[in-house]
Structures are given as structure tokens and as C-alpha cells.
Design a protein around this ligand. Sequence first.
Ligand SMILES: N=[N+]=NCCCCNC(=O)[C@@H]1[C@H]2[C@H](O)[C@@H](O)[C@H](O)[C@@H](CO)[C@@H]12
Length: 446
Amino acid sequence: MIKFPKDFLWGTATSSYQIEGAVNEDGRTPSIWDTFSKTEGKTYNGHTGDVACDHYHRYKEDVEILKEIGVKAYRFSIAWPRIFPEEGKYNPKGMDFYKRLVDELLKKDIMPTATIYHWDLPQWAYDKGGGWLNRDSVKWYVEYATKLFEELGDVIPLWITHNEPWCSSILSYGIGEHAPGHKNYREALIAAHHILLSHGEAVKAFREMNIKGSKIGITLNLTPAYPASEKEEDKLAAQYADGFANRWFLDPIFKGNYPEDMMELYSKIIGEFDFIKEGDLETISVPIDFLGVNYYTRSIVKYDEDSMLKAENVPGPGKRTEMGWEISPESLYDLLKRLDREYTKLPMYITENGAAFKDEVTEDGRVHDDERIEYIKEHLKAAAKFIGEGGNLKGYFVWSLMDNFEWAHGYSKRFGIVYVDYETQKRILKDSALWYKEVIQKNSIE
Ligand SMILES: N=[N+]=NCCCCNC(=O)[C@@H]1[C@H]2[C@H](O)[C@@H](O)[C@H](O)[C@@H](CO)[C@@H]12
């Protein structure tokens, strides 16, 4: 039996666009994901977040479920287009939803953990110079974050500035798989820079407001990269894959500079880094209180002369999830050890870990998702090993509380420990939720 520390923070996570629905309610205006999902061919079968899990209306029922599972904390995100439906125009009715949600959570003794930005940029911001491509996005974001701190500051103990800047910049402006669907690597690095800058400016605003008892950090998706062989060229490929996925974000935040090797590699592709201004890196690297780590899988790469990163993914030996991601719990341990060794001794939280599997409701009205239980258990073992060696890991949030809108995959991929029947909006606790409930009660895994 593996025990976790007494005050270990057991949670689950969701995000606004993936669960709320009610996209035109109480003053909300479109986000770039409303636009993107309504654009032909961008999402599976043209799925959108118009209704999603109808959480905007069913939040009390969903908080009840959180209570039943027994989570200590719940990580959700706030929809910027509900708070500022237009530039500079605050919408109190949008804020009221989050006040209702937080009240419900506090009534059930569940710690609210809020992500300020989980990809639903207001369309008005995109229409003004491309959203994160426009340095003004920093100003817009700080105005938004400051309003949240004013209205909810001290009732939310953990604030996360951004969810996965890699996805909201590289995947969105470089690869094009996510909104707004650009395929321009220079734009991707400009967006990444402004997102990181907005993070630093928001942390500075948070400090100035002196919000008692609350902490602020950022959540990064981190993918350990391993060489396919001991060949020097494969090791170089892994170095570049690591820079692409991890160091490009970790280094500015914790070391106050972009990684030299990647600057050199990227300068051949994007030309001048003229979007980096005097003082930006000092702002980006202002001290934070914790690091959120989203971990799903690792990458294995071999050298490829023709690819931008000189790296080509090769499939790993492990089993895969429905997303095609290799299951590699030991890589989570490696990642945590590396972060502790090379980046920070600050408290860390696994703010997302989970998996999509083929889930079906069987005759008995249940969902026997043994693979998901196995996935979570193995990753918790890796986390426990890190903690046992003195690692400063303070909590774990399963992605996700419930099945939801899986971005470009729409509703075709289920990550929830709670099943959602989208026809009826009925929620069914999967076996993994019942198992997680026991883990939390015993604060241990077998
Ligand atoms: N090409 N490609 N992509 C490879 C890397 C993509 C990594 N995706 C994530 O980490 C997202 C994170 C997100 O916070 C959540 O909103 C998503 O629902 C989960 C599940 O997908 C994960």
C-alpha cells in the first residue's frame, strides 16, 4: 500500500469551453473556439461547444458529484468572453456565474482552483491584430486577470495564469490544429512570447493587490523527449524535441532567458526576435508560488535532417490511449525529477493527468473503465516515488472530472471519470470515479 502525505491535494480538472455550453447566455460573446469549431473541417464531425456538458446550468449537480467523489479541490477555468464580452466592457452577469460556482464549492468544502486562460480567447481580441500576435493582448489579459483578482481574489486559493502556453501558441498559431488555426512558426513564437509576458504582468498585478492566502502559478504541458538510440544524432534530436516542447517555456519562467540552442535553431526559420523587448524576460521570470504540470505521455525521437527540429517521432513500446499517446508512467517520474533538479524546488501540482479510452455503458448501467484505473494508478505510483524521494509534489488533478469537448476531436474522445450521455446530459460515475473516491478516502493506493 502506498500512502500519500496527509495534506495531499486530490482533485479533478475541467475547462470552460469544454464543459459549460450556454455560449450566448448572460452576455457572453464568441471566443476563437466558437469561431474555429464552426469552421468547416476543423473539429470532428463539426462538433462545437455550444452545449457541451451544459455545465453552466448543471453546475450544482456537478458540484454534488465532486462532493460524492470526495475531491479536496476542483480545477476549472474562467471564460474570458463572459467577463469582457467586448474590449474594456466588464460583464458582471458573466462574473456572477463563477461566484455561484465558487459558493457551491466552498459550501461543500471543496477548494476552488481557477485557471484564468484555458484557450477561449474572446473573438474581439483576435479581430484586433490576431489576438496573441498583438502585444496589446498583454494589456487586455492583465485587465481581465485584475478584475478576477478584485472579484474572486481571496476566495480562490490557487490561481493559474495560463493553461499550457505551448498549446495556445505552438499548436494554435504554428501547427494549426487548435484555434485560431494558423500555420506560421514565427507567429507561434510571437504568440508564445506575449502569452508568457501576460503571465508575468498578471503575477505582478496579483502581488500588488496583496491577496491574502492565495497563491499564483502557471500550468505547463511537459512531454519528456527520449532518443531512439544511443547515437549522438538521436541525442541531438531529443535535445531539440525537449527544447520545442519543454525548455522554450520552462527557461524564460525559471531562468529568465529563452534557451540558446533553440534561439539559434529558430532564428534560421523565423528571422529576427524583434518581438522580444527590453525587460520582457525580467517580467516573464517574476517569482511564482507553484508550478502546475500537465503530463500525458512522452516522445521518442530519431534524427531527421529534413525536419525543422531535426527530429522525427518514433512509436514507443508501451500501450496507447485512444489519443494514440503512449502510456509511460515512468516518464512522469523522470520529468518530476528533472524539474526538481534543473528548474525549481517550488511546490508542484500535477494539474492534469488522465486518458481517453473506449468507454461504454454496459447492461448494468455502469462504465467499467479498468484501463483508466490502471493508467491513473500507475501514474500515482510514479508521483508517490518522487514524493518518497523528497519531491515537492503537493497535489494531483485527474483530467477530467467528466467527458467533455476534446477540442479538435470534439466529443469523440472521453477523458472523464464521470461519463456524460450527451443526448440526455445524464452523468454516470465510471468505475474510475468510484476507485478514485476510495483512493482519496484512504489517501493511498494499493
Ligand atoms: N498534436 N498534438 N498535440 C500533442 C500534445 C497535446 C497535449 N494536449 C494536452 O495537453 C491537452 C490538455 C488540455 O489542458 C485539456 O484541455 C485537454 O482536454 C487535455 C486532453 O487532450 C490535454
